[in-house]
Design a protein. Sequence first.
Length: 93
Amino acid sequence: METWGDDVPVGKLTDFARAVQATDGETVVFSWIEWPDKATRDAMRGMEANAEMMAEPTPFDGIRMIFGDFAPVFDAKANCAVWPNVIECASAN
């Protein structure tokens, strides 16, 4: 999912713009990928070693990108809390 900042407020302590040192006229883009499993995620990370692919120009300043892996806290489709290693589902009633 790729999203373009539409209503990204300035915070009192921190915010998206300060996190990436956005300047006037820049808009924060927020993206994420949901991998089916860690093996697929790890295989895709190998693409970073592909020098030819990494040499392609990008329309953004990649040095300010923030990366991270996150585990789900709530599965809306199943209506279940899934973190930390405890599954609690709401009844279907």
